[in-house]
Design a protein around this ligand. Structure first.
Ligand code: IFM
Length: 426
C-alpha cells in the first residue's frame, strides 16, 4: 500500500528527538587537510566543483544553531573533523578540540541535544597516505582518534561512522570517492576495518564516557529483487551492504563474506543504530546485478532517486529486528528545488516512521537531512536538500517554507493534516 500525505493527525511518542543532520566537511569550509579536499582539487576526479568555504558553518555555528532552535528542533546531528583534530599522526590540535567544545556548548545553550559524528566520509590526508580504510593500521588510528575525542568532548549521543558501506563501495570498490581505488577485492577488508573501528570507538567511549549512548550510522536502502531469478543476488548484496553490520551490532561478531574471517568483540555493546534512508535499490540479475533505474513516471529527486516512503517502513523495522537496538533516523531528506515536493516528502516519510513504530520498531527520533543547502560531495552545490537556503556569496541563510512546516511538526510532536494542507496549497 502506498503511503500518502496523512489525512488524520499523527502523533509521535513522548520525548521523540526532532532535528536535522549535517556533516563537517559539507558545511564548515576550508577543510584543506582532508583527503576530500585533495580529491576535489585533483584533476580527473568526478567532482564538479570544490567545497571551498562550503557554507562557513565553522564560523557561523552559533547563529546556525539559534536558527534551528527557533525552527522547533530539539536535537542536532553534527560532525567533527578528524583532519582538524589530528592534523599529523599523533599530533593533536588543542584549538580544534576547543572549537568543537564550544560547538557542543552552543548546542546545549540552544536546547539541541547533540548527536556527534566522529567520521563522515572525510579523513586526514596522512591517514589516506597510509592506505586509508584498507590499511592494517586503520583500526588503531581510529581508536586513538576516538580516545582523544572521548576524553575531551562530552556528549549524550555519539555516532561513530557515517555510512561506511558507501565509502567501501564508492571509494574502494569504485572510483567515485577518495581514494578512487576501483578494486573489487578491497570491499571486504575495508568493511572489516570499519566494523572493527566502530567496535574500537565503542570500547573507548564506554571507558572514558560511559554515559554517552553510542551507535553506528548505516546507509539503508530497501534492497528488492526485480524478479525471482534475482532473489539470491539481492540477498547477497543486502548482506554485504547492510546485513553484516546488523549482525555485528547484534552479536558483536563480524562474520566476513563467506571466507574464514571472523572478528569478535565488535559493536556488540552499541546503544542504538542510526538509519539513513533515501530510496530503494532494485537488483536485477539480468542487468549484470546493476540496480534498476526508476520506472518512467515514478516520482524522483535531483539525485535521480525514486521517492518510496513505503520502503522506509521496511528498513526501519529490519534495523530494529536485526540489531535488537533502538533506532534513530539519522538522515532522511530530499534534494529538490520544489519546496512543495519537500513538504510532501516529509509528511509521507514521517507517516512511514509512525507506521514502523506501530509495527514494532523502536524509533526514537528523526533528523532531516539536512538543515541547510550545502556541499553534496561530487555534485558540489548543485543538489539542494536543505530546509534553509544559503546565499553562497553572502552566506545569508533563508528558511524555506518547508522549514516552517517541519517546525510545526517538531513543536506539536505530531503531523496535523490541516497544517499540511495549508503548506501544500500556499
Ligand atoms: O549528503 C549525503 C550525506 O553526506 C550522506 N548521506 C546521504 C546524503 C545525501 O546524499
Amino acid at each position: 500500500m502506498t503511503i500518502e500525505v496523512p489525512t488524520e493527525r499523527i502523533a509521535f511518542p513522548d520525548g521523540f528527538a526532532w532535528g536535522s543532520a549535517a556533516c563537517a566537511h559539507q558545511t564548515e569550509g576550508g577543510n584543506w587537510n582532508s583527503d576530500w579536499w585533495e580529491w576535489e582539487h585533483r584533476p580527473g576526479t568526478p567532482c564538479i566543483e570544490v567545497s571551498g568555504d562550503a557554507i562557513d558553518h565553522y564560523n557561523r555555528y552559533d547563529s546556525d544553531f539559534e536558527l534551528l532552535a527557533s525552527l522547533g528542533h530539539n536535537a542536532h546531528r553534527f560532525g567533527i573533523e578528524w583532519a582538524r583534530i589530528e592534523p599529523e599522526p599523533g599530533e593533536i590540535s588543542k584549538a580544534a578540540l576547543d572549537h568543537y567544545a564550544r560547538v557542543i556548548e552552543s548546542l546545549h545553550r540552544n536546547n539541541l541535544t547533540p548527536f556527534m559524528t566522529l567520521h563522515h566520509f572525510s579523513s586526514p590526508r596522512w591517514f589516506a597516505a597510509e592506505g586509508g580504510w584498507a590499511s592494517e593500521t586503520a583500526v588503531d588510528r581510529f581508536r586513538r582518534f576516538a580516545e582523544v575525542v572521548a576524553k575531551r568532548l562530552e556528549v549524550p549521543f555519539v555516532c561513530t561512522i557515517n555510512e561506511p558501506q558507501i565509502v567501501a563501495q564508492i571509494g574502494y570498490q569504485g572510483t567515485g570517492f577518495p581514494p578512487g581505488a576501483g578494486e573489487n577485492y578491497l570491499f571486504g577488508p575495508v568493511t572489516r576495518n570499519f566494523i572493527a573501528s566502530h567496535g574500537a570507538a565503542v570500547e573507548v567511549f564506554k571507558e572514558h564516557q560511559p554515559s554517552a549512548q553510542i551507535g553506528l550510522v548505516l546507509a539503508t536502502a530497501d534492497y528488492q529483487a526485480a524478479n525471482e531469478e534475482s532473489v539470491k543476488l539481492r540477498d547477497r548484496v543486502h548482506h554485504r551492504m547492510v546485513g553484516v553490520y546488523h549482525d555485528a551490532l547484534r552479536t558483536g561478531v563480524f562474520t566476513g563474506f563467506g571466507d574464514d574471517e571472523e572478528l569478535r568483540g565488535v559493536g556488540g555493546t552499541s546503544d542504538f543504530v542510526g538509519v539513513n534512508y533515501y530510496t530503494r535499490t532494485v537488483i536485477d540479475v539480468n542487468e549484470r546485478g546493476n540496480a534498476q533505474m526508476p520506472k518512467p513516471g515514478a516520482e524522483t529527486t535531483q539525485m535521480g532517486y525514486e521517492v518510496v516512503p513505503e520502503c522506509f517502513v521496511t528498513v526501519l523495522k529490519l534495523a530494529h529486528e536485526k540489531t535488537g537496538l533502538p533506532v534513530y533516523v539519522t538522515e532522511n531528506g530530499i534534494g529538490t528545488d520544489d519546496d512543495h515536493q519537500r513538504v510532501r516528502f516529509i509528511a509521507r516519510h514521517l507517516t512511514a516512521v509512525r507506521q514502523a513504530i506501530d509495527e514494532g520498531a523502536d524509533v526514537r527520533g528523526y533528523m532531516y537531512w539536512c538543515p541547510m543547502d550545502n556541499f553534496e560531495w561530487t555534485f558540489g552545490f548543485s543538489r539542494t536538500f536543505g530546509l534553509i537556503a544559503v546565499d553562497r556569496t553572502t552566506f545569508e541563510r533563508t528558511p524555506k517554507p518547508s522549514a516552517s512546516y517541519f517546525a510545526e511538526i517538531c513543536r506539536a510532536n505530531a503531523i496535523d493534516p490541516v497544517v499540511t494542507a495549508s503548506y501544500l496549497e500556499s
